[in-house]
Design a protein around this ligand. Structure first.
Ligand SMILES: Cc1cc2nc3c(=O)[nH]c(=O)nc-3n(C[C@H](O)[C@H](O)[C@H](O)COP(=O)(O)OP(=O)(O)OC[C@H]3O[C@@H](n4cnc5c(N)ncnc54)[C@H](O)[C@@H]3O)c2cc1C
Ligand code: SF4
Length: 491
């Protein structure tokens, strides 16, 4: 009998309930800070499952013969097996199982949109609420962090070839971990003074504590990956220099999409108009919420309006709320159903007292004589025909303009790639949106250069960056194997 089958048989023997009975158990909720407390601090909103809740939630899994949850996961985590291990209290086994497919479980367990991935197809969800797969993933990752037990996975024999990875977001970290495990010598170059990408400077502490990100980065470093911060590729060093002067044989570009987009409406250049990136970077990376302990003041007015409907908007509005303005407003031009933000985050924002204005489109920001913001002029919208992505288009309602008194505006309508590498790397093909074009293997038009994550997709998700990193690691491995072969035939 195979090891997998053996484990399943053992599980069936110790499982006290029939699948039909397990289907009836309601989904367990993690422990959370109460809304009135959490708006006073930046500590994590969700405390996650404890051992008892995790065991009760794992009991709900049907151990399906065809675990569709696994197909719903972009990196095919063996969800059924790891949940079975949680039920059997083999937490280290569970985390090792996840790490076979995803090297960033504590991060993905917190921020992955599971509701539209693995959990959306979980069979329990056909009759009841689906398994809380993400919360269980987070539980085992946190359990390991608290109780120790991590030993770096085995590495293949050194290949004698080195790879440069540009950017230390989830994509860069994943490709580095995978290549290091395969025996390559990997160095990450990061423009900022800290590694982690959006996980560090974008997503707030109350959703993803930075010590969690640091712990996962340490696990990547434990594989021998080196991280050089404060190096801007395209300025400090070019891609050509990485190859020709530093001896790297392949390069992965995981530089994300960090440049904020604006609405291009009158008044957007007034003071007190921020991009969400600026606000979140000041708060997350430069710890503005700990001013004056950290030397980064942040001036927010009495009435703050955030424009947008994605995760970034939700993070910006909930971060603003924690600076105690009288009013914190979110303006979104479609309805609640069309909002791309994760359902859990919208729910948390509602609980925290954010004022939501749907079908509302800002058309002008009005200022005072001193150049500060006084009000925002909006137009009412209604929903028209669906667009290319199937979302109903917002259409302006005639003569519906109205004014809203605000003194701070935060624009959170999306990000574009920074063009510095594209401009300084001859032969690197880009799209009209400035993203780097890759083929189905993650290869760019430049030999030996691969890319993935937001730099090739535009704004996407953490797990897509992880999936791209994994794909590229396999392509880089094949590419470098062909380089080795060519070298040995020439020798
Ligand atoms: C505020 C916010 C909230 C989000 N919330 C979620 C969420 O809840 N769930 C989810 O799945 N996704 C979320 N996302 C999206 C997700 O974070 C991104 O899709 C993901 O981080 C992309 O990963 P990446 O590895 O491609 O790049 P990034 O995480 O963007 O990292 C790129 C790194 O490259 C560095 N870099 C850029 N140019 C250079 C250069 N020239 N030289 C050296 N280094 C360079 C940058 O400094 C950065 O550290 C959110 C995004 C934002 C902005
Ligand atoms: S689909 Fe749901 S019930 Fe079935 S194995 Fe996956 S998590 Fe368990």
């Amino acid at each position: 009998m195979s090891k997998k089958k053996e484990a399943r048989e053992k599980f069936k023997k110790i499982m006290p309930m029939k699948p039909r009975e397990r289907m009836q158990i309601p989904r367990h909720l993690p422990l959370e800070q109460k809304p009135e407390c959490r708006i006073e601090n930046f500590a994590e909103v969700s405390n996650g499952f404890n051992v008892e809740l995790a065991a009760e939630e794992a009991l709900r899994c049907l151990e399906c013969n065809d675990p569709v949850c696994m197909q719903g996961c972009p990196v095919n985590v063996d969800i059924r097996s790891f949940i079975g291990m949680v039920y059997q209290k083999d937490y280290q086994g569970a985390i090792n199982k996840i790490r076979e497919s995803n090297y960033l479980p504590a991060i993905c367990g917190r921020v992955c949109p599971q509701e539209s991935l693995c959990e959306s197809v979980c069979l329990v969800g056909k009759k009841n609420e689906p398994l809380a797969i993400g919360k269980l993933e987070r539980f085992v990752a946190d359990y390991e962090l608290k109780n120790g037990g991590f030993t770096p996975p085995q590495k293949a024999e050194a290949k004698g070839q080195s790879v440069a990875v540009v950017g230390s977001g989830p994509g860069g970290l994943t490709v580095s971990a995978e290549l290091a495990r395969m025996g390559y010598d990997v160095t990450i170059f990061e423009a900022l003074h800290e590694a982690g990408g959006v996980l560090k400077f974008g997503i707030p502490e109350f959703r993803l504590p930075k010590h969690i990100v640091d712990a996962e980065i340490d696990r990547v470093k434990a594989l021998g990956v080196k991280i050089e911060t404060n190096v801007i590729i395209g300025r400090t060093l070019t891609i050509d220099e990485l190859f020709d002067e530093m001896g790297f044989e392949a390069v992965y570009l995981g530089t994300g999409a960090g440049s904020p987009r604006f609405l291009n409406i009158p008044g957007e250049n007034l003071s007190d108009v921020y991009s969400a990136s600026e606000l979140l970077t000041r708060v997350n990376l430069m710890k503005a919420y700990k001013f004056p302990e950290y030397d980064t003041p942040l001036k927010l007015g009495r009435r703050v309006a955030v424009i947008g409907g994605g995760d970034v908007a939700m993070d910006a509005v909930r971060t603003s709320k924690r600076f105690h303005p009288e009013k914190t407003i979110l303006l979104y031009r479609r309805s609640r159903e069309e909002m791309p933000a994760r359902a859990e985050e919208v729910h948390h924002a509602e609980e925290e007292g954010i004022e939501f204005h749907y079908l509302t489109n800002p058309v002008r920001i009005h200022g005072n004589e001193d150049g500060s913001v006084r009000a925002i002029e909006c137009q009412k919208m209604e929903l028209g025909e669906p667009d290319e992505q199937g979302r109903r288009r917002p259409v302006p309602v005639k003569d519906s303009n109205f004014m809203m008194e605000v003194d701070t505006v935060i624009v959170a309508i999306g990000q574009s790639p920074n063009p510095i590498i594209q401009q300084t790397t001859p032969g690197l093909e880009t799209s009209k949106w400035g993203t780097i074009i890759v083929d189905e293997h993650g290869a760019t038009s430049r030999k030996g250069v691969f890319a993935g994550g937001d730099i090739s997709r535009g704004g996407a998700t953490v797990i897509q960056a992880v999936a791209d990193g994994k794909l590229a690691s396999r392509s880089i491995d094949s590419y470098l194997a062909s380089v080795r072969e060519e070298r040995s035939t020439k020798a």
